[in-house]
Design a protein around this ligand. Structure first.
Ligand SMILES: [Zn+2]
Ligand SMILES: [Zn+2]
Length: 590
């Protein structure tokens, strides 16, 4: 693309990428100085920074101290104000130059015939690279190395394991400082850390990567989230179904998952029945990575008239996907998770109205948690099925619905699925991070695969269209996002324990239990802390557990039938009758 067609924002992004990628070269030069003989993989710019994959001699494992040494060496080299000098070389010259660098040799061998091969030299370090870079190292000032992680060469688990060193780089000292602050804040609210502190979930090596165990408190919050959404969906005319977790591979062949999604699925075989010669027959089953086929089969199990549509089928469907162990990340990227999944079987004239309804639900859910959000509309790709008419109908239905709701959106030209356009919703959390959760996907393919039909007014058979949609996406991932968004202090209606009754001395234990019973009877999730400890220690514990209400009960309160109420963020809010406390807590439900 010609540079002059870039907008100012795009131009800035290119400059920042150049700065970051150049800092990766600087880091590689420092590593070569500290560990001569290091083999270098690739070192691209990434969001907020850069990385370089390296194999150090003797498989030396990098420590935090090592990162500091690398950084100090980078600063020393940067100050020498060395050029990043470009040279164009022939394939033979390149091969000769990188005989000590097996990963680079592999990359050179794969370069297409006729491609200009360029190298960039920074001091003693020469790298195979297309560029562009900053011209002098003095431009590289505001950077910091952030972490080391494992990475396979070419993301292939059968290849060499490398160390990936991440860093960040910015144009100004202020930008770097505010980014480092952001990282610190994100680390403080890491949901994996909160999950431990609040006793919500854990992982166990015996289970395998990406498969969380939910403890009673975590399970309670997840169920509360589900109950809330279920009530809302039923009010909006959805019907709930329950479908199996495993299906025969024959079904996955029919749905197309066997051809296109097999690597991401778990399969197993069972001996089942006999073949024609009386030998045991082996049947292969696949664990579901998606709920769609089951829902279409529920629809197809009955005859439908055009008057029955739309049919809005939902399920809290648990799915399993074979994510590489290197990419699983707490609840955010797991191998097993539950989608708040729905499939709407609709007539062509109903598409837009149903999309509007879904966007309304998205808005209700996002505003309940105070998330702002934007949308992306992905349109027809080059390889697609279906008629022009279908694509026109679907794409304008999605676009018009976004316009009608006044939702800001961008268009991803040609990025839709081969069977229809889609809307992705991106929300912004309390510290400005963007998360993709909701998706609304038009599908003009799958209903036909499973013979889904409806009878029209003149009694002919038609295939309905389908809309796949999830609002939270993965329930568990959304739980993780909420934990980080609220820094553990979930809304009162979602916390496992809403109130703790704290007797000041043993003499009030009895009265405290009576208060708790009264609250529980009113529907409040309440505990009593009768530990033989000082009141302040009990308050501190409840506070660290993010319990919204602490109800302190001394001699005076026990006699007056009131409790002293302390709120986790507002502090003391005075004494009130137990009944009033219950009312206050229950009123916080959306
Ligand atoms: Zn480069
Ligand atoms: Zn689906």
């Amino acid at each position: 693309m010609c540079e002059c067609t870039l907008s100012a924002a795009e131009q800035q992004a290119v400059e920042l990428d150049t700065l970051r990628h150049s800092t990766a070269h600087l880091m590689a030069a420092a590593i070569q100085e500290l560990w001569p003989g290091t083999h270098f993989g690739v070192g691209p710019a990434v969001e907020d920074g850069f990385y370089y994959d390296v194999a150090l001699p003797g498989r030396h494992k990098l420590s935090t101290d090592d990162l500091e040494r690398i950084e100090a060496t980078m600063r020393k080299i940067a100050k020498q104000n060395l050029p990043l000098a470009r040279a164009e070389v022939s394939r033979e010259e390149a091969t000769a130059q990188f005989t000590e660098q097996p990963f680079k040799e592999e990359l050179i061998a794969e370069l297409p015939e006729g491609e200009v091969i360029s190298t960039y030299t920074l001091g003693d370090f020469c790298d195979l690279c297309r560029g562009p870079h900053v011209n002098y190292t003095s431009k590289l000032k505001h950077f910091k190395l952030t972490k080391v992680a494992g990475a396979y060469w070419r993301a292939d688990a059968s290849r060499e394991q490398l160390q990936r060193i991440y860093g960040t780089a910015w144009k100004t000292a202020d930008e770097l400082a505010s980014y480092l602050n952001f990282l610190e804040e994100a680390e403080k609210r890491d949901h994996r850390k909160l999950g431990k502190e609040l006793d919500l979930f854990s992982f166990n090596e015996l289970v395998g990567p990406g498969l969380p165990l939910y403890h009673p408190k975590g399970a309670r919050t997840l169920r509360l989230l589900q109950d809330w959404l279920r009530t809302e969906l039923i009010a909006r005319g959805y019907v709930e179904v329950i479908t199996p977790h495993i299906y025969k591979s024959d079904m996955w062949k029919m749905s197309g998952h066997y051809d296109h999604y097999k690597d991401d699925m778990f399969f197993f075989q069972v001996e089942e029945g006999e073949d024609s010669e009386g030998n045991p027959k082996v049947t292969e089953y696949g664990v579901k990575p998606m709920n769609c086929p089951g829902h279409v089969m529920v629809y197809s199990a009955n005859l439908h008239s055009y008057r029955d549509l739309p049919m809005r089928i939902f399920e809290f469907g648990t799915v399993y996907r074979n994510e590489m162990s290197g990419v699983v990340h707490g609840l955010m990227r797991a191998r097993g998770f539950t989608q708040d999944d729905a499939h709407l079987l609709v007539r062509p004239d109903q598409v837009q109205g149903e999309v509007l309804g879904m966007l309304d639900l998205v808005d209700y859910v996002m505003s309940t948690f105070g998330f702002s959000y934007t949308a992306e509309l992905s349109t027809r790709p080059e390889d697609s099925i279906g008629t022009d008419e279908m694509w026109e109908l679907a794409t304008s239905a999605l676009r018009d619905a976004l316009e009608a709701k006044g939702i800001a959106y961008e268009i991803n030209e040609g990025d839709g699925a081969f069977y229809g356009p889609k809307i992705d919703i991106k929300l912004k959390d309390a510290i400005g991070r963007i998360w993709q959760c909701s998706t609304i996907q038009f599908d003009g393919n799958m209903p036909g695969l499973f013979g889904a039909e409806y009878r029209t007014a003149d009694n002919t058979a038609e295939t309905p269209y389908m809309l796949h949609r999830a609002i939270l996406g993965s329930m568990e991932r959304f739980f993780g996002i909420l934990l980080e968004h609220y820094n553990g202090a979930l809304p009162t209606w979602l916390v496992p324990t809403q109130a703790v009754v704290i007797p000041i001395s043993e003499d009030q234990n009895e009265a405290a239990r009576a208060v708790a019973s009264e609250l529980a009877a009113a529907g409040v999730r309440v505990e009593v802390d009768t530990a033989n400890e000082r009141m302040n220690a009990k308050i501190a514990r409840a506070q660290s557990q993010r319990v919204p209400y602490m109800l302190v009960l001394g001699k005076r309160e026990a006699e007056s039938g009131e409790v002293s109420v302390r709120h986790r963020s507002e502090g003391d809010i005075g004494a009130m009758p137990v009944e009033a406390v219950a009312e206050k807590i229950l009123s916080e439900h959306p």
